[in-house]
Design a protein around this ligand. Structure first.
Ligand code: TYD
Ligand code: MG
Length: 455
């Protein structure tokens, strides 16, 4: 007989342990470890059209009725990030820094969904109902048919959901919710996990969609265990710099659509307004062509976006030269610098290097490599690139340039915004973007020689 495996979990941080101890090694808290009680084989859950516990064939489902349609909020930026509207009975987590605009976004979304016919309940654990109503009035949503509840006790909220039968429930925020079955303070990992579990399972059972708001810690993670991210279908992050008016809603996980899709918003005096053409916005602050500044033609999710990459290279007064990056991966910057040095003979030793993605956007695409390399060279050589040129392409460690996807879409977006030329790897096809001059290169050294007359 197989030995029964027992496992233990820390209620404070969610860490798993193979044996019990008085103190959790992961977080250092005392008396927080409890034994997990595994589910024994029982009657099993009932799935559609099957006997309890009996699996279905994939093809059996084809005869079931079509899935209920998604609801559109009428905010195209939000609908696209959700993968084409709100899926019934889905659970969504919206994370972001305090003060970034989560409550504003969700109040506006609640009003839109309610206007589209969804019975919507907005639960706030952070503000009084009167404050939410005042905010709604300021946003011009005073007469939206949204039900409001100021509550933190999970039991009360579940009772309200049971009696009122809303189709969409927004919980602002999951950190303020409190389950009386869990013996720790609101906001603790155990409470957050319990509340998220209760709400998402209630939602699945009753066919209600829930949106959970989660604050993000300084380390950039949604406060609470990672398990909350696993419990929900969709995880969205609301990002932006406090000083900038742009806000970006990004899907980092989505069971119902593409991940890495972005929606762009602008924070105004009367709430968030949608930005239909983000490229124009990201490039709006751009002046005359200057050394170190290039325009990257990127793809975010399913959409082309042009952004300005800015580099500054200066002799370092320190023994160890500085490398500072905002909006891009510092490990990739180190790689591009190493390739420039090893394959093109352009050293950056003794030089401080700063790289900034303008507008507060965070870029993760490898296609930005070439734009970064060109910005660094332009800054180092103090030579500006022609203003009407966009750049994209991946750099391999050998110094070869690799073609990237969606060349045509990148070029079309650039053409739409008045650019006339592009620097890109050999291999991409311009397709319908016939007005663009393509300068294609096979390796970085070739580009350096051609554009900067060095290398
Ligand atoms: P809020 O939605 O409360 O943030 P969160 O829920 O993520 O903590 O937004 C707070 C900030 O947004 C606050 O600093 C003021 C600003 N704001 C505007 O600029 N315009 C507006 O119309 C609203 C409602 C808020
Ligand atoms: Mg809030």
């Amino acid at each position: 007989m197989a030995r029964p495996t027992t496992s233990f979990t820390c209620n404070a941080c969610g860490a798993h342990h193979s044996k019990w101890s008085g103190r959790c090694e992961a977080c250092g808290d005392w008396n927080t470890i409890t034994e997990d009680t595994p589910l024994s084989a029982g009657p099993g859950a009932k799935s559609i059209g099957a006997k309890r516990g009996t699996p279905l064939h994939l093809t059996d489902l084809a005869t079931e009725e079509a899935p209920p349609p998604r609801t559109l909020s009428g905010m195209p930026e939000l609908d696209r990030v959700l993968g084409g509207g709100l899926v019934p009975a889905s659970a969504i987590l919206v994370g972001g820094d305090p003060g970034i605009g989560k409550s504003t976004l969700l109040l506006q979304a609640a009003a839109r969904f309610a206007a589209s016919g969804l019975k919507t309940l907005y639960v706030t654990g952070e503000e009084a109902s009167a404050q939410v109503r005042m905010r709604a009035q300021r946003l011009g949503l005073g007469d939206a048919p949204v039900q409001l509840a100021a509550a933190t006790a999970l039991r009360d909220i579940l009772t309200t959901m049971e009696t009122e039968k809303p189709q969409l429930v927004i919980i602002d925020s999951i950190q303020t919710m409190w389950a009386d079955t869990v013996d720790s303070a609101p906001g603790s990992v155990a409470q957050v996990r319990a509340a998220a579990h209760e709400l998402t399972s209630f939602a699945k059972r009753k066919g209600v969609s829930v949106i959970l708001v989660g604050h993000v810690t300084k380390e950039g993670q949604i406060a609470g265990p990672r398990v909350v991210e696993h419990m929900v279908d969709t995880v969205l992050y609301f990002e932006g710099e406090r000083g900038h008016q742009f806000r970006i809603l990004r899907s980092v996980k989505n069971r119902f659509g593409p991940a890495d899709e972005i929606g762009v918003f602008e924070m105004t005096g009367s709430g968030l307004s949608e930005v239909a053409n983000p490229s124009a916005l990201f490039l709006s602050g751009r002046g005359e062509p200057s050394p170190g500044s290039v325009v990257f033609a990127g793809i975010e999710g399913t959409r082309p976006v042009l952004v300005e990459m800015q580099a500054l290279v200066a002799p370092s007064p320190h023994a160890q030269a500085r490398r500072a990056v905002v909006g891009w991966d510092s490990a990739r910057l180190a790689m591009v610098l190493a390739v420039l040095e090893a394959r093109c003979g352009i050293p950056f030793a003794g030089l401080d290097v700063y790289l900034n993605v303008a507008g507060g956007l965070k870029i993760s695409e490898p296609a930005a490599d070439l734009a970064v390399a060109t910005a660094l060279l332009s800054a180092r050589e103090d030579a500006a690139l022609p203003a009407e040129t966009v750049i994209f392409g991946e750099i391999s460690l050998s110094g070869a340039l690799r073609p990237v996807g969606q060349t045509e879409n990148r070029l079309k977006e650039a053409q739409k915004l008045g650019f006339t030329a592009a620097i890109a790897p050999i291999g991409g096809k311009p397709g319908a973007a016939t007005g663009m001059t393509l300068n294609q290169f096979g390796d970085l050294a070739g580009l350096v020689g051609d554009i900067f007359g060095a290398g």
